[in-house]
Design a binder for this molecule. Structure first.
Ligand code: G3H
Ligand code: ZN
Length: 276
């Protein structure tokens, strides 16, 4: 059943647990993440990034399918537009029925990011949709790593105040698209951000963080935990092994089922970990 990101994130922040958010690249991912949420008895965020929209050639088909899967699930599910740099894509997603969006203006000068984020926040709120924004660019997008980027707590508080966003993505040491889990997060900065910022905080690039690192980050104050690359890794490595072991099979449903099963187990494990 679909749920509000603003409400789920507030509840999670109040009880200092993490809310898992996983990227839907293929429609099967929506089914896997809902199955994992049901198994773990946790809510989940299904996110479709602007890059995934480019891959599919359009937003509507993948979003309509994802919404249908979310509505059919017994778990609370948010369908979310992730990393949209295009304001028009944000407006289109809202019109097509998402529960929340992330407008990513972090590549812009702060004043331009602030103005566009505020405009889109008003648009979303008029339609009952939650909005996440980003201040201080998290590294690793488009293959460009900026491991030193950090969000200043005072700037973050002023940005939330000026824009009215419901959640804020902050740069605290993670970097997108890491295939090793050895990122070192700045826990002291997370605690200062949690203190200064009145809305739940979002960790991007969570694939690079170990289980223990994630538990510490959640304890320090991170709430929405965005994971994509780690799921890709589990899915693809399972298929690679499976095809080696079954050289004669051509039915894609066979290896998708093997990979999906592995993803459901791992995502359910992560959802439990974030809540423990
Ligand atoms: O917005 C999505 C996330 O930040 C995913 O990052 O692929 O490094 O886990 P990741
Ligand atoms: Zn991200």
């Amino acid at each position: 059943t679909v749920a509000s990101l603003r409400e789920l994130a507030h509840d999670a922040a109040a009880s200092r647990v993490g809310l898992g958010a996983f990227n839907v690249i293929h429609l099967e991912h929506a089914t896997m993440f809902c199955a994992a949420a049901e198994e773990a008895a946790r809510p989940v965020v299904l996110q479709i990034s602007e890059n995934a929209v480019k891959y599919h050639g359009a937003l509507e088909p993948i979003l309509a399918g994802t919404l249908a899967v979310a509505r059919a699930s017994s778990a609370p599910v948010v369908v979310h537009l992730d990393h949209a740099e295009s304001p028009n894509l944000v407006r289109q997603a809202v019109e097509l029925g998402v529960q929340s969006v992330m407008y990513d203006g972090s590549h812009l000068p702060d004043d331009e990011n602030r103005a566009m984020t505020a405009e889109l926040a008003a648009f979303c709120h008029d339609r009952g949709v939650s909005i996440e924004a980003e201040l201080g660019e998290v590294g690793g997008k488009n293959g460009v790593h900026a491991p030193g980027a950090r969000t200043d707590p005072g700037d973050a508080a002023r940005f939330v105040e000026a824009t009215g966003v419901d959640l804020l993505a902050v740069a605290v040491g993670s970097s997108h698209a890491m295939s090793t889990r050895d990122a070192v997060l700045d826990l002291e900065l997370i605690a200062r951000l949690r203190e200064a910022v009145p809305v739940p905080l979002v960790l991007h690039g969570s694939s690079g963080v170990s289980d223990e690192g994630m538990q510490a980050a959640i304890r320090a104050g991170m709430t929405k935990i965005n994971v994509s690359t780690h799921v890709n890794k589990v899915f693809t490595e399972t298929i690679r092994t499976w095809l080696d072991e079954h050289p004669g099979v051509v039915d894609s449903r066979k290896y998708f089922t093997a990979a999906s099963t592995a993803v459901v187990v791992e995502v359910a494990r992560l959802l439990r970990l974030y809540a423990s």
